[in-house]
Ligand binder design. Structure first.
Ligand SMILES: Cc1cc2nc3c(=O)[nH]c(=O)nc-3n(C[C@H](O)[C@H](O)[C@H](O)COP(=O)(O)OP(=O)(O)OC[C@H]3O[C@@H](n4cnc5c(N)ncnc54)[C@H](O)[C@@H]3O)c2cc1C
Length: 310
């Protein structure tokens, strides 16, 4: 969204291609406490809404559709979508990440029927019942705390004997009366009833080897993220783990292609760093288009489009 804002404001003819809903993972975040300029915090939905309105004010065009492949035709880049192809001078890849799957029986079968990767989206369905959360990082802990608003009890399963989450979150989760932490314990199976609705989990204590069962109705999985880059295979060489390598200008090794946000190889994957990347990428894309093709500040109808695959 920030790449789109900067590119559109630089008067490039800019389209943002989005396969689900503009705003990405911020939309799955209930409350954002660490984005500058919001001293009381802001809901993920409101932050996205504000960013979208701001970008659209400068002419960003948001197009619904999935980018399936990129290819080159001389100095043009072809952005292949399911039903159309866009010919553009510059592309900013900002396709983020998706949650890693745990890979246990029941996970795929019961996704949407008790298994979830988004507490903000699904938490309110679990009023007054027990739920399980898996993970030990910031996201898992934040989401476990959020779920205490609805669930009668939250079981947090972590495969290690200490949490990776930041100090303030660790304090909150370890002292919360509704949260029970199951240290050094993993889930091995998710069970459902005849209607395929989740009714329990089997867990394994890695230290003692003991197994047990718990009657939970929701299972929330936060065990990491993986980059959304399969559509780049064969076009751009990816770093180990599938992330996109860039230089400090957000440029990839393909001329005319930049990357921004969580999809990049980088240390801190947050909204504020994604926004910084997006601004840098758009600024450099504008300079590239200006110096290479002389399209600077072209009127919207005649300028070569710059694409943001978000
Ligand atoms: C539960 C949760 C809580 C979080 N809480 C915070 C927080 O409190 N503070 C904070 O700073 N960060 C938080 N984060 C991290 C933050 O959400 C990310 O750092 C940020 O969203 C990264 O933005 P992005 O634009 O790089 O990627 P994303 O937000 O992942 O957006 C990528 C977008 O690209 C789209 N897309 C992917 N592939 C294609 C394709 N082929 N064609 C078209 N569109 C495509 C996706 O649909 C998506 O909308 C949280 C993340 C999660 C999961």
């Amino acid at each position: 969204m920030t790449a789109g804002l900067y590119a559109a404001r630089a008067r490039l003819n800019t389209r943002l291609m989005e396969k689900i809903s503009p705003g990405g993972q911020v939309l799955t975040t209930d409350w954002v406490d660490n984005y500058p300029g919001f001293p009381e915090g802001v809901s993920g939905f409101e932050l996205v809404d504000r960013m979208r309105k701001q970008a659209e004010r400068f002419g960003l065009e948001i197009v619904r559709g999935e980018v399936t492949r990129l290819s080159r035709e001389d100095d043009w880049i072809l952005v292949h979508m399911t039903e159309s192809t866009l010919r553009t001078r510059a592309v900013i890849v900002a396709t983020g990440t998706i949650p890693v799957k745990l890979g246990i029986p029941g996970e795929i079968e019961y996704t949407g029927k008790g298994v979830s990767y988004c507490a903000t989206c699904d938490g309110p369905f679990y009023r007054g019942v027990e739920v399980a959360v898996v993970g030990g990082g910031d996201t898992a802990v934040e989401e476990a705390l959020y779920l205490t608003r609805f669930a009668s009890k939250v079981h947090l399963f972590h495969r290690r004997d200490q949490l990776r989450a930041t100090g303030i979150l660790r304090e909150a989760v370890t002292t919360h009366p509704k949260i029970q932490i199951h240290w050094s314990t993993v889930l091995t199976e998710i069970h459902a009833d005849d209607r395929k609705l989740v009714r329990g989990v089997t867990h394994l204590d890695l230290k003692t080897g003991q197994t047990g069962q718990l009657p939970v109705e929701g299972v929330f999985l936060f065990v990491g993220q993986t980059p959304t880059t399969s559509f780049l295979q064969g076009f751009l060489e990816l770093a180990p783990g599938g992330y996109v390598d860039t230089d400090l200008e957000m440029a990839t090794v393909q001329p005319g292609v930049w990357a921004a946000g969580d999809v990049r190889s980088k240390v801190l994957r947050q909204i504020v760093t994604a926004a910084g990347d997006g601004a840098t990428a758009a600024f450099n894309a504008e300079k590239y288009i200006e110096t290479r093709f002389g399209y600077s500040h072209a009127p919207k109808t005649t300028g070569a489009p710059a694409g943001v695959a978000s």
